[in-house]
Ligand binder design. Sequence first.
Ligand SMILES: [Zn+2]
Length: 429
Amino acid sequence: MAIDSTIKSPSSSSSPTLNSTQLVRDVIRIEGKYYDTKGLASTHPGGELIVRLSNQTDGTALFNSSHRRRFPHDKYKHLLIKEENVDPVSRMAPNTQNYDLYFEICEKIKPIISPTQGFAPWWYFIKVFVLVAFVIGVDASTFIWARPLWVTAIQSLFMAWIGLNVQHDANHGAVSRNWKINRALGLTQDLCGGTSVAWSYNHNVVHHVHCNDVERDHDLDIPLLRLMKSVPWTMSYKLQQFYFLGLEAVFGLVHVVQTQVWMWRGPDEKMRLVGKDWDLSRAISMIIPLRFIGFLITQPTIHDALLHTALQYCLGGLYLAFFFLISHNFCGAKKEGIDSTSGCFVTNQTETSSNVGGALLAFMNGGLNFQIEHHLFPRVHHSYYHKIAPTVRKMCQERGIQYMHFPTIKDNFVSTFNHLEQLGAKPSE
Ligand SMILES: [Zn+2]
């Protein structure tokens, strides 16, 4: 499956002005134009990481949705690379999505997010402190206290809330205008067993840009679940609406293991520009064996140590996976037919996501229950989502764009259950 909009165009462009050894491989395509990745990264006020992670992809959607304005081509014309000088392996079809309605909505929400220009309000940092201090405090206590399982269970939930409330905003660049604050808080992803580098690529560069695009969104590729019709049907999927919760319970642990293996294997061709950040994630990942050693020291048996380790990642993982799954997999969620490289950006993002609940759930889950607003405005801090939702909803409904908001988690869950049941049923010949 393709991982971004790099549906390769035939390398039949005009004869290159550079010889084949001089062709430029590290490029990002924005509104049809190719730019030098390292050049853009070095001048990016939001930090180099996200630009380097976007290497060899079309960055139009990511730029527009992160900055809520069009790319300033004039300002960066010195970094332009002629198409004939781009290495054929890095050439891709241009993103032709229409952003007219998107920028119209951006104008409408401007006054609402103006108090902090869309970044985090002061009180948010109290929430960050409480969540991070609790997880680190419990971790530290592991070496001196044979803590009961319920403490590990609560810590696991706090790790999930860090994932939703801290690293998520931070790795989207939504906490502060200062990229160093975002980067520092983004590393809490590594603290919880993931890696900020892998997460930022898979989430920001792939999932957000290509939401529910069956050709490109990796998040539809979950083993043992049939989340799209292109997955060949087998008998086992008939019960997926029942077993998906069990699968999600092991999601956290599997994710931690997979991420670590991926990270220790080292960066591939596309990711080789993020070496320093990769090394930092590797260093922080030492916290995973350290936690286990702590359990071995204080827990009575190795069995108890393993139980704590599994619970530490499984419970939080279940919480995260549950809320993720119900927000893009429900009756009416658009999948087949979505082409994230063309059509209307607002329609593509809105009709593939759903909202649930209100401001209280948004406070708990980092605004990710307002998935529509989050996908449209990933770099607006989550504390604004419930405030901008009525405006987004009105503008979408006026244009006949599906806007799905479930009143309760139960309503959303029932819709997800039915959706999985439909996809798990044997397709008619
Ligand atoms: Zn996100």
